[in-house]
Design a protein around this ligand. Structure first.
Ligand code: 13P
Length: 337
């Protein structure tokens, strides 16, 4: 496991986080069209290439998560994407789930698909240069059943076990959605319940907690609630849940942004780190694996116009720098054992 734990530690190394640029072809196409850009394989490649080649990206970012299409693409100069990432000092990650489908005998809950044939796909991705993977479970706090919690935890754990066996570090992402009218107390209770089930299943499947990265939601009120939750409250509730449910052996926790703005997600991450430090320091590193909170400004600025590339990269760099500044600043060797 040494190589895997090294990879996991590097993904959450001091002042660094993970860039999630792994939208599926359908989602990415929708986002391009919404930004006034005609979606095509080349447009999706050019956009991801723009993100990847942002000057100094590796100052703040340890790894970039891609989707299958991007991992197989090459930059305009012919360099395969995984090779380009490595040359830039970035680990290449791959989203391996294939999206969600209805979970039978529930009221609209979903289960993530993608386990069939996953061992073969992981071997191929590993050979292509991917060092880590991502799988996202999606849980809506209102109306969530134990069936939904248990089933999502089970498939996350089976995915994680297959990854470790294939020599790939799994990002374990059980996302309790921000969408909805629920209050922060329900998000806290559900997040705790979900994390408990996830770690129970990971243990049952033999997954080594030292060689994963946990990617949870922050504990936050639903978007339907009036006004955003103050960062100090997000931080207090988030750290409390994580302390209760996440084993100390996990090297790092990299939060998703869940649709928060860069400013809000970074304010919350900074508050979470301050809270953990105030409580005597967390056992795991607390950082980010944001998608939209990092890339939205760049996409808007780019607009598919080559003349705007540098400005778009500057927007991404500014957002990454802000997130890195809000992430854990402790050197690895100073973390409590
Ligand atoms: P957001 O930060 O946009 O929520 O995306 C992170 C992610 O990877 C979701 O799976």
């Amino acid at each position: 496991m040494t190589a895997l734990t090294d990879t996991a530690n590097a993904l959450v190394s001091t002042g660094h986080g993970i860039l999630a640029a792994d939208e599926s072809v359908a989602t990415m196409s929708k986002r391009l069209e919404a930004a006034g850009i005609t979606a095509s394989e080349v447009a999706r490649r050019d956009y991801r290439a723009l993100l990847l080649t942002t000057p100094h990206l590796a100052d703040w970012i340890s790894g970039v998560i891609f989707c299958d299409e991007t991992l197989r693409q090459s930059l305009a100069d012919g360099t395969p994407v995984p090779e380009a990432a490595r040359a830039l000092g970035l680990q290449a990650g791959i989203k391996v789930d294939t999206g969600v489908a209805r979970l039978p005998f529930t009221d609209g809950e979903v289960i993530t698909h993608g386990l069939d044939g996953l061992d073969a796909r992981l071997a191929e991705y590993r050979a292509m240069g991917a060092t880590f993977a991502k799988w996202r479970g999606v849980l809506a706090p209102s109306g969530l059943s134990q069936r939904g919690v248990r089933t999502n935890a089970h498939v996350l754990a089976r995915y994680a076990a297959l990854c470790q066996e294939a020599g790939i570090v799994p990002i374990v992402e059980p996302e309790v959605l921000m969408d909805g009218d629920h209050g922060i107390a329900l998000c806290e209770a559900v997040t705790g319940n979900v994390l408990a089930a996830v770690f129970e299943e990971l243990d049952r499947m033999g997954v080594d907690p030292r060689a994963i990265v946990l990617k949870p939601n922050m504990v936050i009120a639903g978007t339907g609630q009036a006004g955003p939750t103050p960062p100090a409250e997000v931080a207090a509730r988030t750290v409390k849940v994580l302390r209760a449910k996440v084993p100390a052996a996990v090297p790092g926790i990299a939060f998703l942004s869940g649709g928060q703005s860069n400013e809000r997600a970074c304010a919350n991450l900074a508050a979470i780190n301050a809270q953990a430090a105030g409580d005597g320091g967390a056992e795991w590193r607390l950082t980010f694996s944001f998608g939209r909170a990092l890339v939205d400004d760049a996409l808007r600025t780019w607009h598919g116009d080559p003349a705007q590339e540098a400005a778009a990269q500057a927007a991404l760099a500014a957002n990454c720098a802000r997130a890195a500044a809000a992430s854990d600043a402790r050197p690895l060797e100073t973390l409590p054992a």
